[in-house]
Design a protein around this ligand. Structure first.
Ligand SMILES: Cc1cc2nc3c(=O)[nH]c(=O)nc-3n(C[C@H](O)[C@H](O)[C@H](O)COP(=O)(O)OP(=O)(O)OC[C@H]3O[C@@H](n4cnc5c(N)ncnc54)[C@H](O)[C@@H]3O)c2cc1C
Ligand code: FES
Length: 293
């Protein structure tokens, strides 16, 4: 089966073909849970290792691509692979508990098996961004896709201009990846700003909602591109702020979420307007979203 990750003949904006599963795309590959990290009250991170000789080495994906994770006997749901492609020891997923499948994923412990259908969907067209300043903006669980593209860009930071991150959560306790934040804050190639809607007394970073803090930071739109992932309400107001700052719609990149079933463009479950999130997305520019909605 998913002798995973052949590449599709379909090209994205002149980039390399996207990786995709080979074999029967409905058949999950098994993966063993290596580690479970409690991030916040509602989010856990799972690190999983694909079973089979060299399976991790043979698995290729691009930042932004997703997986259908299945808990046997319960069901399947979609999550972005938030480790960078260079991480060959495990695949990482951060999962917010909202319903049946995510509850079952939260119950998993190290050593248990899950199913993985991946990689699915398109990816952040980072090869089109060479030489540009990249403004990364993540809110809540939206930090998951931002984490993968951020770590990928930082590995090749000399190919880009300034890379900056604005990561917002409701409160300090709602921030995922706390064990990495200190490294992000002092990373020589990253201008990192953390913000929360409501702070406690020892919060040393910004207080305010993401759009407000972004307005204050006022990144220049010149030779710049913004990547924005988060809840719909944050996206709405942050896009407004970016447009007011002078960012063009084609230079604002986001990810869309729609409930998926097949993940391969057949069942029609994930359409947004005339497009399928599972094959045309999940990565879109604001201009694309406006055109097809
Ligand atoms: C491309 C993509 C990437 C995603 N990446 C992540 C990720 O990295 N981490 C993460 O925690 N979640 C992610 N999600 C959302 C995740 O797939 C859903 O939360 C999950 O399917 C819920 O399954 P469930 O059985 O637990 O909930 P259900 O019982 O099916 O639903 C619980 C509630 O969540 C709503 N819901 C379910 N799925 C979605 C959805 N896709 N969009 C909006 N509302 C939904 C339902 O309407 C319902 O109100 C992603 C979704 C997509 C499409
Ligand atoms: S999930 Fe079936 S078409 Fe997208």
């Amino acid at each position: 089966m998913a002798d995973i990750a052949k590449t599709s003949p379909r090209m994205l904006k002149g980039l390399a073909p996207r990786p995709m599963p080979s074999g029967n795309p409905y058949l999950p590959q098994t993966a063993r849970v290596l580690d479970v990290i409690r991030e916040t009250a509602t989010i856990k991170t799972l690190r999983v290792v694909l079973e089979g000789e060299d399976a991790m080495q043979r698995f290729h994906f691009e930042p932004g691509q997703v997986a259908q994770l299945s808990v046997f006997g319960v069901g399947e749901a979609t999550f972005v692979i938030n480790s960078p492609p260079s991480q060959k020891d495990y695949l990482q997923f951060s999962i917010m508990e909202v319903g049946e499948v995510t509850r079952a994923l939260h119950r998993l412990t190290a050593g248990e098996l899950i199913g993985v259908r991946a990689p699915l969907g398109n990816f952040f067209p980072y090869a089109d961004w060479l030489g540009k300043n990249i403004v990364l903006i993540g809110g809540g669980i939206g930090m998951a896709p931002v984490r993968t593209i951020m770590l990928h860009l930082l590995e090749r930071a000399s190919d880009y201009g300034q890379i900056s991150l604005l990561y917002g959560a409701r409160t300090p306790k709602d921030m995922s990846y706390q064990y990495e934040l200190a490294d992000w804050l002092k990373h020589k190639d990253l201008a990192c700003c953390l913000c929360v809607d409501k702070a406690d007394s020892d919060w040393p970073h910004k207080v305010g909602m993401v759009p407000e803090v972004l307005k204050e930071l006022a990144p220049s739109p010149q030779n710049s591109l913004a990547v924005l992932c988060g809840p719909p309400i944050m996206i709405k107001y942050t896009v407004e702020t970016l447009l007011n700052l002078g960012f063009a719609e084609e230079n604002i990149v986001t990810t869309l979420e729609r409930r998926m079933k097949c993940g391969i463009g057949i069942c029609g479950r994930c359409n947004v307007g005339s497009r399928y999130v599972c094959t045309d997305g999940p990565v879109f520019t604001c201009r694309e979203v406006r055109a097809f909605l």
